[in-house]
Design a protein around this ligand. Structure first.
Ligand SMILES: [Zn+2]
Length: 178
């Protein structure tokens, strides 16, 4: 699949991202993504949630990225690379969260890094985890979550949405489908 890149989410990374989004709902959760890259694939091995004493909306205070000092040392210890960050977009009152980058998100993304957005909303009904339109979505308890991944190119700073593969969540390996 030349020219396309996919984000592969490990079971550990998926659980961290989903559980930290649920845990702080209706606040936003933030964290770092660690893993490695191969031809056409960005493999997210770990998602490290950022434990903040004061959780705010990232749109207001996007500086949380700088507060993640642990990510400077962690990749050296476990031989993984910092791939980027994740954060959630929770429902706020009647306003539902969307798995899209805000203008602030786009601005603060670093070149050569990915950003994963988790939209978390009150679930209207139970839904199995599926992959639709490059996004991963499903329910966990009374929450509906949608995960999307974006990448900012080094060359021209253009942002592209990448498909997310998570066999753990969807219950099958896409590789077997082809
Ligand atoms: Zn955001």
């Amino acid at each position: 699949m030349f020219g396309t890149t996919e984000i592969f989410l490990s079971d550990k990374a998926f659980m961290s991202i989903i559980l930290s989004s649920v845990e702080v709902y209706k606040n936003e959760c933030h964290g770092a993504l660690l893993g490695f890259q191969t031809q056409g694939r960005i493999i997210v091995e770990y998602a490290i949630p950022f434990q903040s004493a004061k959780r705010k909306f990232a749109e207001v205070t996007p500086n949380w990225r700088r507060e993640l000092k642990v990510i400077e040392v962690l990749p050296k210890l476990i031989h993984l690379q910092k791939l980027g960050y994740f954060h959630s977009h929770p429902q706020f009152g009647e306003k539902r969260g969307f798995a899209q980058l805000s203008e602030t998100d786009k601005k603060y993304m670093q070149e050569g890094e990915i950003e994963m957005i988790v939209a978390i909303n009150d679930a209207k009904k139970t839904a199995p985890w599926t992959e639709t339109k490059n996004k991963l979505s499903g329910t966990l308890g009374k929450y509906h979550l949608t995960v999307a991944g974006f990448y900012k190119k080094k060359k021209d700073s253009k942002i592209t949405q990448y498909r997310i593969l998570c066999p753990y969540a969807t219950g099958f390996d896409y590789a077997f489908e082809q």
